[in-house]
Design a protein around this ligand. Structure first.
Ligand SMILES: C[S@@+](CC[C@H](N)C(=O)[O-])C[C@H]1O[C@@H](n2cnc3c(N)ncnc32)[C@H](O)[C@@H]1O
Ligand SMILES: [Zn+2]
Length: 291
């Protein structure tokens, strides 16, 4: 619930602490933000949406696919790598439906903050775990989160902001990033002409993160999944190709529906980083806001 993590959140306008006042969340300077009926709050500070929010259809497909447990081995491994102590804080940047955040929090007693730019995703994330609060926020913009307040930041197939991730981590905190590995869903990529992992883009992103973080460990996780036609439609509908396909192009229309179940390989890289600079040092670098 939002109330469990309000002490971690910061006003996106002035950076001050927030308190609940009826159906709004408000700072001492009276900047106020409505709490939606579903229990999430939007802390966007008037910044315009970058246009990368997952759509309602993409979020529904993601929820279907993840709820069926196809990526459960990834969630289990991430829960080990990103575990936080009871009462600690895990921040999920680009949380989607909150599936991975819920797995990481599990029964640990740690609290969680799900951040995502998509209202459709965050609505679901608000129900993902009893100790998680859900916030609409733009990861590219400053995070509405206090300095040095998180034990762990997780980032699963979502936009990264190295400066901000480093700022919000406590001393000794860590960042765990999951990216698709080359070969992820390869048989589907080939057969359905889906967008594949852009290795150059990945490398550029990692270089940017490298300014703020040092890699502590990295591993590859690969497993086979048996997917029926509905699961194939869901995994296509939740992925990057969904942006580039209109309905006529959807898998139902391209002969996937009714096809027999097939084995598809999922392949990920999980990388753990620790910040190279303290939160204070980052503040002292005048350039960080514009990075
Ligand atoms: C591929 S999905 C991954 C979601 C979730 N981590 C998962 O794996 O189930 C990428 C997510 O990033 C969100 N997103 C895209 N741009 C964003 C931004 N600038 N700030 C915050 N979230 C963003 C999308 O709305 C979407 O939910
Ligand atoms: Zn304020």
């Amino acid at each position: 619930m939002l109330g469990d993590v309000l002490d971690v959140l910061a006003c996106p306008v002035c950076g001050g602490g927030l308190a609940v006042a009826g159906q709004v969340v408000r700072c001492a300077q009276r900047h106020s933000f409505d709490v939606a009926r579903q229990g999430y709050v939007s802390l966007l500070s008037g910044s315009r949406s970058p246009g990368t929010a997952d759509t309602a259809a993409m979020v529904a497909a993601r929820d279907d696919f993840l709820s069926a447990g196809h990526y459960a081995p990834l969630a289990a491994r991430l829960a080990e790598l990103a575990a936080a102590p009871s009462g600690g804080v895990v921040l999920d940047a680009g949380a989607g439906t909150g599936y991975y955040l819920a797995a990481v929090l599990g029964e640990t007693g740690a609290r969680g903050v799900a951040l995502d730019i998509s209202k459709h995703a965050i609505r679901r994330a608000a129900r993902a775990h009893p100790l998680a609060g859900a916030v609409v926020a733009d990861v590219w913009h400053g995070l509405p989160v206090k300095d040095a307040s998180a034990d762990v930041v997780i980032n699963v197939f979502a936009p990264r902001n190295g400066a901000e991730f480093a700022r919000v981590l406590r001393p000794g905190g860590r960042l765990v990033v999951v990216t698709p590995a080359a070969g992820h869903l390869a048989s589907l990529v080939e057969r359905l002409g889906l967008l594949s992992v852009d290795e150059h883009k990945e490398r550029r992103v990692e270089e940017r993160l490298g300014r703020w973080f040092t890699e502590v460990s990295g591993e590859r996780l690969e497993f086979g999944m048996t997917l029926d036609a509905d699961a194939v439609a869901a995994v296509v509908g939740m992925g990057p190709s969904a942006w580039h396909r209109d309905r006529a192009d959807a898998p139902e229309a391209s002969g996937v529906s009714g096809a027999p179940a097939e084995t598809v390989t999922a392949s990920f890289v999980l990388t753990t980083y620790s910040p190279c600079l303290s939160s204070k040092a980052i503040h002292d670098q005048a350039s960080y806001l514009t990075d």
